[in-house]
Design a protein around this ligand. Structure first.
Ligand code: NAD
Length: 346
């Protein structure tokens, strides 16, 4: 039994009420499912801008009728302060995931992203403070490392930001730090590094690379690699992200408050390697699958060239122990997409 399993055993006997914003989306739906499956109460808040009712339905079906009774949902927008106030009623811990993701989206339309990612963030933080909720765990991003070439990325050292999205996530961290120092909010920022896994949307212009490639390979569409394919990332399976949210939600270590943590595996794979692993995994499952060459096109604006996290801070301060590397995660994710890809088509 690892330390997270031990933690979960004690966690099952303490019921808290968690607010998961963005719970109709990829990460939020997975957090909601885990919490409900472990005897917790969950309030969800989402405006369905990039999330879907079918994700909520899927979570409630998978946890079963009894656990589903511990769930309530507010269909609303975090850019509306009163909605945030309502969502905070009776809540012990907040896992704030709602935001408009995607670097390219923020480059095309910074104002719309800013509304959810900065106005919405500040609304949630203020509503938490006004409701007397101390623990505020929120999604930041590896994009805050900007053009820093240092590897692995260490929390204390960031570079010049490369996109409006990165500005928004960095601003979140600055607000959270100020709320920790000024109002005693136990804010903990999680800098996610390329998260993937079940329920991540494979469709749309701003789909993340892993679900997009799996979806395109399954439907026989062309695959494009931006740049020369040697761009690298610390691809992080969703179960590692769930673990870190729970540890951050429950930690009693005051040194963690007002801080931001890398959430990753501490590995690094190029896009070319990723493409090859996905092809190999699909070939394991589909007899007729043929390995398919990808097409190369221009580099994408705002992209960091290499990304690889140091996870020492998360390991040391809150006991984070990632359970899945990229291959273990992809095996599970691909099994899920093979069963569910039809459902997530839109
Ligand atoms: P997602 O798009 O699947 O989920 C985001 C959810 O937030 C959606 O359900 C959406 O409808 C909701 N939302 C957006 N704006 C809202 C608003 N104004 N009011 C209420 N709900 C709103 O994305 P995800 O991948 O699950 O991302 C979750 C969080 O993690 C985001 O903050 C994102 O920026 C961050 N993040 C994700 C990754 C990743 O690799 N997936 C990496 C870094 C950071």
């Amino acid at each position: 039994m690892n330390s997270f399993d031990q933690f979960i055993n004690s966690f099952k006997t303490t019921q808290k009420t968690w607010l998961v914003t963005g719970n109709a989306g990829f990460i939020g739906s997975n957090l909601t499912e885990f919490l409900l499956a472990h005897g917790q109460k969950v309030v969800g808040l989402d405006n369905f801008s990039t999330g879907y009712q079918y994700n909520i339905d899927d979570v409630l079906t998978s946890v079963g009728e009894n656990a589903a009774k511990n769930f309530s949902f507010i269909h609303g927008d975090i850019a509306d302060y009163e909605t945030c106030v309502k969502a905070c009623e009776g809540v012990d811990i907040i896992l704030h995931q709602a935001a408009l993701g995607s670097v390219p989206r923020s480059i095309v339309d910074p104002i719309t992203s800013n509304r959810s990612n900065i106005t919405g963030f500040l609304n949630m933080l203020t509503a938490a403070k006004d409701a007397g909720i101390k623990r505020f765990v929120y999604a930041s991003s590896s994009s805050v490392y900007g053009d820093s070439e240092e590897l692995p990325k260490v929390e204390e050292r960031t570079g010049n930001l490369l996109s409006p999205y990165a500005v928004m996530k960095m601003t979140n961290e600055m607000y959270a730090g100020v709320f920790a120092r000024t109002y005693g909010i136990e804010a903990i920022g999680l800098r996610y590094f390329n998260v993937f896994g079940r329920r991540q949307n494979p469709n749309g212009a701003y789909a993340a690379v892993i679900p997009k490639w799996i979806g395109s390979l399954l439907s026989g569409e062309e695959i494009y690699i931006n740049g020369d394919g040697e761009t690298s990332r610390d691809f992080t399976y969703i179960d590692n992200v769930i673990q870190m949210n729970l540890l951050a939600g429950m930690t009693t270590n005051p040194i963690a408050f007002g801080q931001a943590f890398n959430v990753a595996v501490g590995g690094r794979n190029t896009l070319n390697e990723l493409y090859s692993i996905i092809n190999q995994e699909l070939a394991k499952h589909i007899d007729t699958f043929k390995i398919h060459p990808a097409l190369y096109r221009d580099f994408r604006d705002g992209d960091i060239r290499h990304s690889n996290a140091s996870i020492t801070k998360a390991q040391t301060l809150v006991g984070y122990t990632p359970t899945h590397n990229i291959k273990q995660g992809l095996e599970k994710a691909i099994e899920w997409y093979l069963k569910n890809i039809k459902k997530s088509e839109k």
